[in-house]
Design a binder for this molecule. Structure first.
Ligand code: FE2
Length: 374
């Protein structure tokens, strides 16, 4: 059986003036706290989003690949607010989601250790979280997962519990207009990766397939123009990110994200760029290891109208386009046993279509990050 968890109430293209006034948890005069990062704040996007809304506090100290400690610090900053508004990319939104959930669990560590089907000690104490993405990539505004870095262990952990689901999502395509080409390309490849992994996941279903296909098709078509700054293409990427996020939340992901979280936790690499380097190598490994994966990749390529049903070559061609530059990633000619074990133990590996072995993970890393042929 497959279950489908719907996204939160979603507001697309809100009014320019006082956009939050139309959003349920905010419009009743609640005390509002903002979670963001310094780059987003400097770009003026917090001012744009909170136009007409009184803001009691702003926490702007979220780093890329945010840590468990950052989520705790954000929760401290939000202690006296009624509603939190996350304005930023995946790092900001994941931090805010975990921070808002902390009062229900007592600590960030308790969120991590509480099974999804177990009610936390104070479920009503969670702060409603409104997610306003400023990048088209993560899709985390649609669901209850947050990815945080555990610096003690040197790995990224996926923290998931229904309490983390945002109260609302606000999709304003204008907010992505100022994103530089490099970040647009990296985050856009995260969208493509979510769509591909959700489609071939062992938990994919007729409920998630149309979302994954729509996101994949739109992102393949729109990403190059979005990188060049085309407004309509950036709009399409934001919707693709949302659809891919919804597919991912309900179908799960796969080996790209499992290995990406292990590598990103160790080397602090950008998530989208790490995925971009890994995706073609994982597609090839899964095709070698699973008949079902071969069929699903072919079906995705066919439904997306790729000539000859080929997928890997198309992805590689997209990878070669500037400004995506995977040569900036650390060179990993050999990976140690810990990194391999983290990748294989990562929750995303449980829905990968092929049962990858340590030798497969090493080979994928060598192709994606080694000095040899990519
Ligand atoms: Fe991702």
């Amino acid at each position: 059986m497959h279950t489908f968890t719907p996204p939160p109430a979603t507001y697309y293209d809100p009014p320019v003036s006082a956009p939050l006034s139309v959003v349920d948890p905010v419009s009743d005069g609640a005390t509002v706290g903002v979670v963001t990062d310094q780059g987003v704040r400097d770009a003026g996007l917090v001012t744009t989003v909170t136009d007409g809304t009184e803001v009691a506090t702003v926490y702007d100290d979220v780093e890329s690949n945010p840590s468990l400690e950052t989520a705790a610090a954000a929760a401290d900053a939000l202690a006296d607010v009624d509603v939190a508004v996350a304005v930023g990319g995946g790092s900001v939104m994941d931090t805010a989601k975990a921070a808002c959930a902390r009062p229900a669990f007592g600590s960030v560590a308790a969120i991590r250790s509480t099974p999804a089907d177990e009610t936390p000690p104070a479920p009503d104490a969670a702060t409603p979280c409104v997610c306003v993405p400023t990048t088209a990539g993560t899709g985390t505004e649609t669901g209850h997962w947050a990815v945080l870095s555990d610096h003690d262990a040197g790995e990224k952990v996926s923290v998931g519990h229904p309490v983390l689901k945002p109260a609302a999502a606000v999709l304003d395509p204008g907010l992505t207009a100022s994103l530089p080409p490099g970040l647009t390309a990296m985050t856009g490849f995260d969208v493509i990766t979510h769509a591909v992994e959700a489609f071939v996941s062992t938990d994919a279903s007729p409920l998630t397939d149309p979302l994954a296909v729509a996101a994949f098709e739109a992102a393949l078509d729109a990403l190059p123009n979005a990188v060049d700054g085309d407004e309509r293409a950036r709009d399409r990427m934001l919707t693709a990110s949302y659809n891919a996020g919804l597919a991912m939340n309900n179908a799960g992901l796969g080996a790209v994200h499992a290995i990406s979280h292990a590598v990103g936790g160790r080397y602090d690499t950008p998530h989208g760029l790490t995925n971009a380097a890994l995706l073609p190598a994982v597609v090839d490994a899964n095709r070698r290891g699973s008949e079902r994966a071969r069929r699903r990749y072919a079906a995705l390529a066919e439904r997306a109208g790729l000539p000859g049903g080929e997928l890997s070559d198309r992805l590689r061609r997209l990878l070669e386009r500037p400004p995506l530059d995977t040569s900036t990633l650390p060179r990993l000619d050999g990976v140690d046993d810990d990194l391999v074990a983290w990748a294989l133990d990562n929750v995303n590996m449980t829905t990968n279509p092929a049962a990858l072995q340590p030798a497969d993970v090493r080979r994928i890393c060598r192709i994606a990050f080694g000095r040899g042929d990519r």
